[in-house]
Design a binder for this molecule. Structure first.
Ligand code: ADP
Length: 484
């Protein structure tokens, strides 16, 4: 594909593009058409070590960058993304498949994290704590944690890195970034936009792309990488925990979810449906905060299902570049097959197809467009209630009591996002603290924002991104007597 931001589809180390003579490349494919968009330099352990060396050189420990300097970096990256948001969004749409408007919106969303950190960076200033006995006081400094490895998935090719990189820059930490193999072009384009504006010192950001294992192994083992921030699947997160245990590295992990979306009889049904549609079909249902299982109280179950079916049938599936598309293709065949398996299983276990196509009528291969599907009367034992589906499928489960739905919602090893629709405040006050999820959308399907800390409980992860909590992820507090 042609783009001024993709003249060089190469890695970036120490302020330079590094793959002009690359002998190995891998393809990036448009999931809507199957067309090869570009070939990207394949990097491995050697290049990752070079990237770590460049990042280590950029790490200023004895004379850390001032907060004002870091604010300048953050504002520079924010402005670079804003200035190129249409082109980066176009590239994102082509390699991911999500509708163009959503893709451009994601670039804006990403810029929002740099903006937030720039505005709140003064919270990382040193402060002094008086202590008894009198005449003793401590100053707390927030030191850069060191070189950080940032590993991101394909579902938000720029959003996910923005959450990590903004906090790393705020903390004064250089990074080595590894995007997902399916969607490296968005990141290359963002690096190009930042590079062209010269807003960061050489070595502050480095980009390596290629098979995950050799790159991941270096990031886990290298003594100069002191922190890993990862978003992706729980098995890979667990692997990183094991691989970094020997060096007790700091980890920030945002892993899988299994989001319940609960609607009580007393909810505003029309609003709940609008929120559910917006939440569930964002990114074609391929986000870790998408409702995975929808619990509707028995008194409104039928009405809710009828109204929802109508809205689901009205959604337009197509190429993200086409005007009016609501849902693009799934990212790859494995993703498509998983959704089909979950729908088949829900139907086999007694569910009723209310909207969408019967999975047995869909082609075995050749198209990644999955029709948005609604199945009612789904049983809790169905696979879609146990694991993340990651696609445009809504399974509706009926419930009677508050205790029953609370137990069902919490009956998972995951604890990322959840949603609760009720107009009864006392009920909400009872339920919310008992819901073991890092995010509870009470009467809203909105997911993470730059201002609010976001992350998971249980197998959904460690640490938070966004908010003041996220701002403190890449620093180590160091306490010294005030006289120092
Ligand atoms: P998803 O199911 O969303 O693709 P993954 O956990 O497989 O989630 O991938 C998320 C990111 O983690 C991707 O960038 C992928 O390349 C990377 N990854 C996968 N395996 C490893 C590994 N062993 N070490 C480091 N990174 C890995």
């Amino acid at each position: 594909m042609e783009s001024p931001l993709l003249e060089r589809t190469e890695g970036y180390i120490g302020g330079n593009w590094v793959g002009a003579n690359a002998s190995e490349t891998f393809p990036v494919v448009n999931p809507a058409t199957g067309e090869e968009l570009a070939r990207v330099q394949t990097m491995g352990a050697t290049e990752t070590r070079e990237a770590v060396a460049a990042a280590s050189k950029a790490l200023r420990l004895s004379e850390p960058a001032t907060l004002a300097e870091r604010r300048g970096w953050l504002e520079g990256v924010r402005d670079a993304l804003k200035a190129e948001k249409d082109e980066i969004g176009r590239i994102l749409c082509l390699e991911h498949g999500k509708p163009l408007k959503e893709a451009v919106g994601e670039v804006d969303y990403a810029a929002g994290f740099f903006d937030y950190c720039a505005r709140y960076i003064d919270h990382l200033d040193s402060h002094t704590i008086p202590e008894t006995p009198k005449d003793c006081a401590w100053t707390v400094h927030y030191r850069p944690i060191g070189v950080a490895g940032l590993i991101t998935p394909w579902n938000f090719p720029i959003g996910m890195i923005a959450k990590k990189l903004s906090a790393a820059l705020a903390g004064g930490c250089p990074s080595v970034i590894k995007p997902a193999e399916d969607t490296p072009l968005t990141m290359i384009a963002a690096f190009r936009a930042i590079h062209d504006r010269n807003v960061l010192p050489a070595g502050m950001i480095n980009l390596v792309m290629g098979p995950p294992k050799p790159i991941g192994d270096v990031l886990c083992e290298h003594p100069e990488v002191t922190m890993l921030s990862f978003t992706g699947s729980t098995p890979v997160g667990q692997h990183l925990v094991r691989e970094t245990a020997g060096r007790v590295k700091k980890l920030s992990l945002e892993l899988g979810g299994n989001a319940p979306f609960i609607i009580f009889d007393d909810a505003d049904v029309d609003d709940a449906i609008t929120q559910l549609i917006g939440n569930k079909f964002r990114g074609g249902g391929q986000t870790c905060v998408c409702a995975n299982r929808v619990y509707v109280q028995s008194g409104i179950f039928e009405t809710f299902a009828d109204k929802l079916a109508e809205r689901v049938e009205a959604l337009k599936v197509g190429d993200g570049m086409e005007e009016g598309t609501d849902i693009g293709p799934l990212i790859n065949q494995a993703g498509f097959d998983k959704v089909r398996r979950h729908v088949q299983d829900a139907l086999a276990k007694g569910g009723t197809l209310k909207a969408g196509a019967h999975p047995d009528t869909l082609p075995e291969s050749g198209s990644l467009f999955y029709p948005p599907t609604l199945v009612t009367g789904v049983q809790s034992e169905a696979a879609c209630c146990q694991e993340e589906t990651f696609g445009p499928f809504i399974p509706m489960v009926s419930f009677d009591s508050e205790d029953e739905v609370l137990a069902a919602a919490n009956n998972t090893d995951y604890g990322l996002a959840s949603y609760l629709f009720t107009q009864d405040e006392t009920r909400a006050q009872r339920m919310i603290p008992a819901m073991r999820f890092g995010h509870v959308g009470w009467n809203t399907g909105t997911g993470p924002t730059p201002e609010a800390p976001f992350g998971g409980m249980k197998l959904s992860g460690i640490g938070r991104e966004g908010g003041l909590e996220g701002l403190f992820e890449f620093v180590e507090p160091q306490t010294v007597p005030r006289s120092y």
